[in-house]
Design a protein around this ligand. Structure first.
Ligand code: KIV
Length: 272
């Protein structure tokens, strides 16, 4: 079924809810810097996530845990300067919202005030209810994140598919309904069975955006470095690579090295 796309000049949380109502799928990608964010925005992506995956792909850490609030604000303010249309959502990093709701609010306010972002994303359900409420009460839009929540990697022990067992699946459905009732404007579902993700998307009115959660949800998100093929080592089943930038870039850079060494670069036209 083809769905007429409405021409949104600027994506808001309200536009995303309208897209769900109209059956238009939502596109979301990560970005962490000005140049990439500008390209992603011009290409028409609806939501840009300044994900704490910056900890992995930008800083080279093994997990998302080390990235700090200051570092997230730096990435987010660079992204914001490159974006005219997309809604920019920023991850609250590990340690900036788990201890109490006042600290959570302070962290969310810093992100909004210092970066100019439009919303924050937080991992978890009932256990972070008070923090979500407090942030929403301050007028800051919140996107939830359930299923595989990488900030809890040391609790799970692995990055494998979540909520395969009935009890965890039931808890996830309850958490999704709770996030909706609190007033979250959307939820990311990461790495859960497709039938469960579809059930969640059908049972709530806010958009559900999946990563490794199948096609029955309201939108998709991928990490930009993964979908552009900048990293050959990360190949989960859910990932579609749209380019092999790793090969293209090592090829181009290798050619540059050859040209410099052979004195081919710069030539007469490339100098003053
Ligand atoms: O940090 C991130 O990139 C994310 C996406 C994987 C949803 O949270």
């Amino acid at each position: 079924m083809s769905v007429a796309k409405k021409d949104y000049k600027r994506i808001t949380t309200k536009s995303l809810i309208e897209m769900k109502e109209n059956g238009e799928k939502i596109s979301m990608l990560t970005a962490y810097d000005f140049t990439m964010a500008h390209i992603v925005d011009v290409a028409g992506v609806d939501v840009i996530l300044v994900g704490d995956s910056a900890s992995n792909v930008m800083a080279g850490h093994e997990t998302t845990l080390p990235i700090t609030l200051d570092q997230m604000i730096y990435h987010a303010s660079s992204v914001i300067r490159g974006v005219n249309r997309a809604l920019v959502v920023v991850d609250l990093p590990f340690g900036s919202y788990q201890s109490d709701s006042k600290e959570a609010l302070r962290s969310a306010i810093r992100i909004m005030k210092e970066s100019g972002a439009h919303a924050v994303k937080m991992e978890g359900g009932a256990e972070i209810k008070d923090s979500i409420k407090k942030i929403l009460n301050a007028g800051i839009p919140v996107m939830g994140h359930l299923g595989l929540t990488p900030q809890s990697i040391y609790k799970f022990g692995t990055y494998t598919v979540r909520a395969k067992e009935e009890a965890e699946a039931e808890q996830l459905v309850e958490d999704a309904k709770l996030l909706e009732s609190l007033g979250c404007f959307a939820i990311v579902l990461e790495k859960i069975p497709a039938h469960l993700a579809e059930k969640v998307a059908k049972s709530i009115s806010i958009p559900v955006i999946g990563i490794g959660a199948g096609g029955g949800v309201d939108g998709q998100v991928l990490v930009i470095h993964d979908m552009l093929g900048m990293n050959n080592e990360f190949s989960p089943r859910f990932l579609r690579r749209y380019l092999n930038l790793y090969e293209a870039m090592t090829g181009a850079i290798g050619q540059y090295v050859t040209d410099v060494k052979s004195k081919d670069f710069p030539n007469e036209k490339e100098q003053y």
